[in-house]
Design a protein around this ligand. Structure first.
Ligand SMILES: O=C(O)c1ccccc1NCC(=O)[C@H](O)[C@H](O)COP(=O)(O)O
Length: 216
């Protein structure tokens, strides 16, 4: 199963993610986020990780000019669109950069999953995150779970990463209930907003391994 550690900003925590077995490392491009990084920082971190994990850049309703700059500086493997991008915008981004697009969607009701179907065959993968609280500044990275049982309505045709409020304590429960093609975590491996913690990253991977052994 793919595992994405998102919101990385230092070599130490990127190494912890890679050593733990992360398939994806995520870099946030959203100035209001405590995890926001410069293109230079993300570019250097992704170069160091090249060949070991896929580099994902996370943007929110970014226009072509902003994406051009980020893509040329970072050379990502995947673009994660975490705003209110439409299926048409996802198609246009895929065509412009020739890169896989993971579309993040906020989930709080079954209707949100009906909306997800409009990205079928367009986004390469979805990332189901919790709906941010009213008035929240951030569309993601809020450390909030959603009702995972809603995912039971999916027919299996949409590959998705499960995201939102995961941590070492609840990831086993999540894996017992749903079967995503990937997991994504950010604040659950932080000691403070934006500060990734090597011990928490290790604990997260250990919890996943335990859950997988229980299921085997
Ligand atoms: O993490 C952020 O600060 C962020 C800001 C703006 C857009 C997206 C953001 N995060 C995207 C992610 O993929 C997070 O990993 C995801 O929302 C889950 O976060 P968490 O609930 O903290 O594990």
């Amino acid at each position: 199963m793919d595992i994405k550690i998102c919101g990385l900003s230092t070599p130490e925590t990127v190494n912890a993610a890679l050593d733990g077995g992360a398939s994806h490392i995520g870099f946030i491009f959203f100035t209001k986020s405590p995890r926001n990084v410069s293109a230079e920082t993300a570019g250097a971190l992704r170069q160091a990780a090249r060949g070991r994990a896929q580099a994902v850049v996370v943007t929110v309703n970014a226009d072509d000019d902003a994406l051009d700059d980020i893509v040329s500086a970072v050379e990502p493997d995947v673009l994660q669109l975490h705003g209110s991008e439409t299926p048409e915008r996802v198609s246009a981004v895929k065509a412009r950069y020739g890169l896989p697009v993971m579309k993040a969607l906020s989930i709080s009701t079954a209707d949100d999953l009906v909306r997800a179907q409009s990205f079928a065959g367009i986004a390469d993968r979805l990332l189901f995150d919790a709906k941010p609280p009213k008035g929240a500044e951030l569309p993601g990275g809020n450390g909030i779970t959603f009702d995972w049982s809603l995912l039971a309505t999916l027919d299996g045709s949409l590959p998705y990463m499960l995201s939102g409020g995961l941590n070492a304590s609840n990831v086993g429960d999540a894996l017992a209930r749903v079967h995503p093609s990937g997991l994504d975590i950010s604040s659950g491996v932080e000691s403070a907003p934006g500060i990734k913690d090597v011990a928490l990253i290790k604990a997260f991977f250990a919890a996943i391994r335990s859950a997988q052994q229980r299921a085997a």
